[in-house]
Design a protein around this ligand. Structure first.
Ligand code: PLP
Length: 390
């Protein structure tokens, strides 16, 4: 029997669920893009995006996805042959390094497998004699594939007085986890619209510090990707290097109102933390006596708040059963040791406790239906966390 009719539950780590309010805000004809309304919406979005990132510095907006954000930053920050250290805790750190290398940067990988970065190893690397020429350290705050969380403040501290820039990909964490770009000394931050920011894909953002702004274009900077005119924009088209993505601006305007004014940024961070803890509690219960069910990141303090990666026997079959029969879609085990036993549960952006509990209870039904051996009490364990008794 299929029990899938009803509102679909999309628990993949991006695009995350889009609130109806955001969809309605987009459902508008294009205005006069030279008019005051569009200008005001863009200015308001830019000001609030700086608030979300915790910065008073510069912001360049692009029409594109996270990959566009990566490419934009490389094109502005580095010149051909610059030495860049890329910290890797999974698929996204590795893909980012590949993009940089293809753009002409000399990438050195610091690979932690699927584990969170160890600041001591960074300190040790930067203390070596040949580390002098390293121009930047790049890291994903959340590697969405492994759900490893990088402790940005600890990494910054580990850099000591090495002059390298700190570049952070917050595509899967902005709006879900604390980010205080200025206070933490982050030089460049990258994000996109379709994860914690609750919008459809299509917008990428690069925030950059005064220290970086002074560097000017490089031999990798092309006119479209140059962030200086975008950050210094006055007319609507200048922000976007051409026609503004009108409906996405309306979407983002509404999403940022929900995040900053209706819920509050810190409340959103706390919500993500609690949802994550509930999800981990369920996996702990499933995995009790069944070590083949386990989270990818062992240390709770270094697990992402917006997505949880796990190993589960028959993960592929479980995902298929859930989407066919219950209307629940889980994330694939991207970059997992064995993709057939990897899956990810997103609790990212527009996700409340009922959505998460529903996802976990559905997973339990799937394990029962498919005869996947598992410990009992997972849904209750998650419910206790949600009730504040975790
Ligand atoms: C999703 C994601 C990306 C890639 O974003 P796209 O929009 O798919 O190009 C990059 N980095 C991280 C950490 C992500 O989660």
């Amino acid at each position: 029997m299929r029990l899938a009719t009803g509102h679909p539950v999309i628990a993949i780590p991006g695009p995350s669920p889009t609130p109806d309010r955001v969809l309605r805000a987009m459902h508008r004809a294009s205005p006069d893009i030279y008019g005051e309304g569009m200008q005001a919406a863009i200015e308001s979005v830019v000001a609030r995006l700086k608030q979300v990132a915790g910065t008073k510095a510069h912001l360049a907006c692009y029409i594109g996805n996270g990959h566009a954000g990566w490419e934009a930053v490389t094109a502005n920050l580095f010149k051909r042959g610059d030495r860049v250290l890329v910290i890797q805790s999974g698929h996204f750190g590795r893909s980012w390094a590949e993009v940089m290398a293809r753009q002409g940067v000399a990438v050195e990988a610091m690979d932690f497998g699927l584990a969170p970065p160890d600041p001591a190893r960074l300190a040790e690397r930067l203390a070596a004699a040949d580390a002098e020429g390293i121009v930047a350290v790049c890291v994903c705050q959340t590697d969405t594939a492994s759900s490893a969380r990088a402790d940005i403040q600890a990494l910054k501290a580990a850099m000591g007085d090495h002059p390298a820039l700190l570049v952070v990909d917050a595509i899967a964490s902005l709006g879900c986890a604390p980010m205080k770009m200025d206070d933490w000394g982050v030089d460049v931050l990258i994000a996109a619209s379709q994860k914690g920011l609750m919008c459809p894909p299509g917008l990428a953002f690069a925030w950059f510090s005064d220290r970086v702004a002074g560097r000017g274009p490089t031999d990798l900077t092309t006119p479209y990707w140059d962030w200086h005119p975008r950050a210094a924009a006055e007319a609507a088209w200048q922000y976007w290097g051409g026609t503004p993505p009108v409906q996405l601006v309306y979407a983002l305007d509404e999403a940022l109102r929900m995040l900053l004014e209706d819920e509050g940024l810190e409340a959103a961070w706390a919500r993500h933390q609690r949802l994550a803890e509930a999800c981990w509690a369920a996996f702990d219960a499933w995995g009790a006596g069944h070590p083949e069910i386990r989270l990818v990141v062992a240390e709770p303090a270094l697990r992402a708040q917006s997505v949880t990666a796990a190993t589960v026997p028959q993960a592929d079959a479980l995902r298929a059963w859930l989407s066919d029969n219950l209307g629940v879609t889980l994330g694939v085990g991207l970059g997992a040791e064995d993709p057939a036993t990897g899956l990810r549960v997103a609790h990212m952006g527009y996700c409340n406790a009922a959505m998460l509990l529903g996802t976990l209870a559905a997973m339990e039904a799937g394990m029962i239906a498919l005869d996947i051996p598992h410990g009992t009490g997972a849904v209750e364990a998650a419910a206790r966390v949600i009730a504040g008794l975790g």
